[in-house]
Design a binder for this molecule. Structure first.
Ligand code: UDP
Length: 240
């Protein structure tokens, strides 16, 4: 029988910013390779991994709508397309080291990827494939953090693991305040009432309503992704 780990099925959220690493290019191949290697290590233990990718390294709808007068809905579709680029890059990287990976998009792009079909996604996971969900929720005015919470609930994953460039959630901005403390655990209420910039409100309340814990952790520390995926304590745990 399989040894038991904390999580059986997880939803890893990788923001666009995290994919960019410290590169001036949109994507740092060292980051995608690190993600691929660490995901490979945990899928070997039978942990099922689904990934939602962001797109902020390429295009963020809300900022462009503000600057250019572009209609928000149009800007957001460009943002969603940006997530597809990241997804294809990540899929190619994963497959280059032998991890079977499927991309599913929230709106149809049949020549590029499968459409999102919940049951099919679950089937892929059961077969040990990694599934990357792209194009967010498929709707403007949402974020990929909300897509992560939504897909997590839909596929009955047990946790949202939010990979970022910081160690977790602090009680103040660590870039401005050197005495800012890294918080170990937080309740959903702490996040919403103190306006801690963890996730947008839609995403965090969706997690709360569905009792989905969220772990915010630093993906640039080697080994951290596998630790988070295996259920070891890293970063900040939000729940309860
Ligand atoms: N987006 C959207 N609907 C969604 C998810 C994303 O319209 O369900 C658009 C939105 O414009 C957003 C962009 O895609 O700015 C990139 O996603 P996000 O900002 O969440 O990426 P991240 O911050 O994780 O890199």
């Amino acid at each position: 029988s399989k040894p038991s780990y904390k999580w059986r099925r997880v939803l890893l959220k990788v923001s666009g910013e995290a994919l960019a690493g410290d590169q001036t290019q949109n994507i740092d191949p060292k980051v995608t390779m690190a993600i691929a290697r660490e995901v490979a290590a945990v899928t070997r233990h039978g942990i099922e991994v689904a990934i939602v990718v962001g797109g902020g390294n390429i295009f963020r709808g809300s900022s462009w709508a503000g600057i250019s007068g572009l209609e928000r809905s149009s800007a957001d579709f460009i943002g969603m397309l940006a997530t597809v680029m990241n997804a294809i890059f990540l899929q190619a990287t994963m497959e280059s080291i032998g991890i079977p990976t499927r991309v599913q998009t929230a709106f149809r792009m049949s020549e590029v990827a499968e459409p999102y079909i919940r049951r099919r996604a679950v089937r892929h996971l059961e077969k040990g494939r990694v599934v990357i969900f792209a194009a967010g929720t498929g709707n403007p005015f949402f974020t990929t953090d909300t897509a992560a919470a939504l897909r997590c609930a839909e596929i009955n994953a047990e946790v949202v693991l939010k990979a970022t460039n910081v160690d977790g959630v602090y009680d103040d901005d660590p870039r401005r305040n050197p005495n800012a403390r890294l918080l170990d655990t937080l309740s959903y209420h702490d996040v919403t009432s103190q306006d801690l910039s963890v996730m947008d409100m839609t995403a965090i309340t969706l997690c709360q309503e569905n009792n989905i814990p969220v772990v915010v952790f630093n993906l640039s520390k080697p080994g951290n992704i596998s630790k988070a995926l295996m259920g070891e304590r890293v970063g900040t745990l939000i729940g309860g």
